[in-house]
Ligand binder design. Structure first.
Ligand code: ZN
Length: 406
């Protein structure tokens, strides 16, 4: 039995348990243990059972994009131009926050500090600081942040009340003790300073449901519940600026805090769900989350059924070396039949996943016809219809089932 990380309500019965005794992390590692997902009827939060040895995981095992300085996740391809996540996040901060000249900024949970680095390219007047619960990113930080502005594991007391802006990209979904996390950030902000953070939106990305190191899967309802309990004002929640994410901005009050919550009008209608208004314990939301749980049970079954319908000797490839590709692999009874992973992101090409090479789609040997498509089902079919260099091919595709969330 565990407690809801947002409202401390007791969570008794999981709505989902993986049928396999292994789980997938956000870095696409397969680790032992069942994934158990709970729904909190009290605040609408979705929560996954905690990994064991969490501190050590983030200190030494959680190596996000650490292979090279420029490596970054592909955010989108627009008109043939690749847009990386750090660049997009920096642009989002600039579009949403009016940052004063010469502002002291801190990236809290910075990893390599990709975003703050991009921000500095556009605003060289800003004074950067970085913090993470690991020391393995220092060599990256040293290139653009003075060492006195870096902190590992703990922030120095001299930083309290210092910052005009604190950013925290994709951190809170990993944090069990949300109260301490937000209290630490609030203490570090100067009065009137702005917090800008992002978390995945589970309602826009069904994959987030299965990520075992995302202990928190925020919904509109649980995020609103969480923010209402913090000593912050001028809160905005935005699910449009970053694909499949919630972007939140909030301000530390200048004066003593009176618990007056000011939500920006443009978000007002989204902050309340129909089920809230009816006084129901998030029944509509629970229905949606139940459908996600059913979706993953069905996806697993379809992968297994498809695999069994094919010859065991037939070579296969998985298109996509990210989460969906790893998920398909984790469900296969004979993962050794996968000869390659295919990925359009040049930073992924040349790497290995589960001991197999990640190659550009155009490099796939002609003899491999069986392709498991490990892409977001929303875009998978369209993407497969226009793979450069595949005009002469006629692959046999396996597609994950589609899910539409009402
Ligand atoms: Zn709750």
């Amino acid at each position: 039995m565990s407690q809801c990380n947002v409202c401390q309500n007791e969570l008794t019965k999981p709505i989902y348990s993986s049928g396999m005794p292994h789980s997938l992390t956000s870095l696409c590692d397969i680790i032992p243990g069942y994934t158990m997902v709970y729904f909190c009827t009290c605040c609408g939060h979705v929560q996954t059972n905690q990994l064991e040895n969490t501190d050590q995981f983030y200190d030494t095992d959680y190596k996000i994009l650490i292979d090279s300085e420029d490596e970054d996740q592909l955010y989108a391809i627009k008109d043939g131009v690749k847009i990386y996540r750090g660049e997009h996040q920096a642009n989002t901060v600039l579009s949403k926050v009016d940052i004063p000249r010469g502002a002291k900024i801190l990236d809290y949970g910075a990893a390599k500090g990709h975003t703050i680095r991009k921000l500095l390219e556009k605003r060289s007047d800003l004074i950067p600081h970085v913090f993470d619960v690991s020391d393995m990113y220092k060599s990256f930080w040293d290139k653009f942040v003075p060492s006195s502005n870096q902190a590992c594991y703990e922030t120095p007391a001299s930083w309290n009340g210092r910052f005009d802006l604190i950013t925290s990209f994709y951190v809170a979904e990993h944090v069990v003790d949300l109260e301490s996390y937000f209290l630490a950030i609030t203490n570090l902000l100067a009065p009137g300073g702005t917090l800008f953070f992002t978390v995945p939106n589970i309602l826009a990305n069904v994959a987030d449901f299965l990520v075992v190191d995302h202990v928190n899967h925020f919904t509109w309802a649980s995020l609103r519940n969480l923010l209402a309990g913090l000593e912050l004002e001028n809160i905005t929640i935005d699910d449009k600026s970053h694909d499949s994410a919630f972007v939140v901005t909030a301000r530390k009050p200048q004066e003593e805090f009176y618990r007056l919550k000011v939500f920006a009008p443009e978000n007002q209608q989204n902050l309340w769900t129909a089920s809230d208004e009816a006084g129901n314990p998030h029944l509509q939301l629970k229905h949606t989350i139940d459908r996600m749980a059913n979706y993953w049970r069905r996806a697993q079954q379809e992968i297994v059924n498809f695999e069994r319908s094919r010859s065991k000797a037939e070579p296969a490839a998985v298109y996509g070396s990210g989460f969906y590709g790893a998920y398909i692999t984790s469900c296969l009874e004979q993962p050794e039949s996968v000869s390659h992973y295919l990925d359009a992101n040049p930073y992924r090409q040349g790497k290995q996943l589960f001991g197999k090479q990640v190659i550009a789609p155009g490099m796939l040997p002609d003899s491999t016809r069986l392709i498991y498509v490990g892409l977001n089902p929303r875009i998978a079919k369209e993407a497969m219809a226009r793979v450069p260099g595949w005009e002469h091919r006629s692959p046999d595709f396996f597609f994950l089932p589609e899910l539409t969330i009402a």
